[in-house]
Design a protein around this ligand. Structure first.
Ligand SMILES: NC(=O)c1ccc[n+]([C@@H]2O[C@H](COP(=O)([O-])OP(=O)(O)OC[C@H]3O[C@@H](n4cnc5c(N)ncnc54)[C@H](OP(=O)(O)O)[C@@H]3O)[C@@H](O)[C@H]2O)c1
Length: 351
């Protein structure tokens, strides 16, 4: 089996290599990125065999002979390369937002709607990272009582913005640690719009300082004043969970956490469930771990789910606003389950 990773040098691409190694997927691997990375060497261990692979510059010919292409590039590049991938006869499992809402493209979280992957025409989309983590946390509840609506707030790690996002937080924290006399820990020069004098940071990942700050805008604003990231939670959850009438109101926030997204979720259910019934519904759900022990102060936290495939759910309580409401808190590593692991699981559906 021949597998290419498109965007192998990025946060998601590098994690895909790790997932293929960990899950012992026996394949011939090809690593593709931009011209900038061509020639770089990467050591891999595929099904027990150590190898050194060379990153190749992506061209339309890169996909000839491939069986699968795992996409880990921005949507604009997925759109550019998709025709060549499909023409080469490979299945394109894409992490970008390029094709997620296309009616001919299944949008798949294997634990929830793995069956949908069968109806592909050469492209299968991986959902948005916060949406995967949220839907993983709630799909077990939906099986017991249909979800009518969701109110959610996301706390999204900087690695959601790729390698550049992590570099930006690291650089800013390091700079502030060395310059503790800066008033209010504010590096004003990071805010390009202010045009202030001071140290220059090369981050294109965030419009504002992220160290010691929160940024309440991910993606761009849409006509209804929500952001593109916020609308993904509704649009994609409807498609993944086969709930066309699901209503979601969401606020997405970038937080200075390195890795693992967290989401505060309130569900309005068709049928009232007790906290115990919800816990029972979640106890046998694949890919989900219940972490909810008030006495011992155990609840999900992003540091605890970092570099793990499992989604943790806790703080489960009867909501005080909705008659049939349940509130909860969940955390999951969005580079793993929110992206790379989910894509490799989709590939495994074909093995
Ligand atoms: N990060 C997350 O948590 C996450 C979660 C879910 C989905 N996603 C999605 O996954 C995709 C990748 O995100 P990321 O966070 O991994 O980004 P990233 O760290 O910035 O990596 C981007 C990758 O794209 C490659 N690339 C750039 N221009 C290219 C070109 N012209 N041809 C081929 N490859 C090119 C880069 O290669 P060079 O190193 O050579 O520039 C790099 O390997 C995005 O669509 C993102 O929305 C990300």
């Amino acid at each position: 089996m021949k597998v290419a990773i498109l965007g192998a040098t990025g946060a998601v691409g590098m994690q895909m290599i790790k997932c293929i190694e960990e899950r012992k997927i026996d394949c011939e691997l090809k690593l593709l990125a931009s011209k900038k990375s061509a020639g770089k060497k990467v050591k891999v261990n595929i099904a027990g065999n150590e190898k050194e692979l060379t990153i190749e510059e992506t061209t339309n010919d890169s996909f000839n002979g491939m069986d699968f292409v795992l996409g880990a590039v921005e949507a604009e590049f997925s759109k550019i390369y998709a025709p060549a991938i499909v023409k080469a006869g490979a299945v394109f499992i894409d992490n970008s937002s390029a094709f997620r809402m296309d009616k001919d493209v299944p949008l798949v979280v294997p634990e929830i709607n793995g069956e949908d992957a069968k109806n592909n025409k050469g492209i299968i989309a991986n959902p948005n990272c916060s949406t995967i983590i949220t839907d993983m946390a709630i799909y077990g509840i939906n099986k017991v009582s249909k979800i009518k609506s969701i109110v959610a707030s996301t706390y999204q790690a900087v690695s959601g913005a790729g390698v550049g996002g992590m570099k930006a937080l690291d650089e800013q924290v390091e700079y502030l640690a060395k310059n503790s006399d800066i008033p209010n820990h504010r590096i004003s020069s990071l805010m390009k719009d202010e045009g202030a004098e001071g140290p220059k940071f090369e981050s294109d990942s965030f419009k504002y300082q992220i160290a010691y700050n929160l940024i309440p805008c991910i993606g761009s604003f849409t006509d209804n004043d929500f952001t593109t990231e916020e609308m993904k939670m509704q649009n994609e959850s409807r498609k993944i969970m086969h709930l066309p009438d699901l209503k979601v109101t969401c606020t997405c926030i970038r937080v200075p956490v390195m890795r693992s997204h967290s989401i505060s979720v309130t569900l309005d259910l068709e049928k009232k469930l007790s906290v115990e019934e919800v816990k029972k519904a979640l106890s046998n759900v694949k890919g989900v771990k219940l972490v909810d022990d008030q006495k011992n102060h155990l609840y999900p936290m992003p540091l605890n789910t970092t570099d793990k495939d499992i989604v943790e759910v806790g703080r489960i309580r009867q909501d005080l606003v909705f008659e049939n409401g349940i509130s909860l808190w969940c955390c999951g590593d969005q580079i793993r389950k929110g992206a790379a692991t989910n894509a490799v699981q989709i590939l495994e559906l074909f093995l």
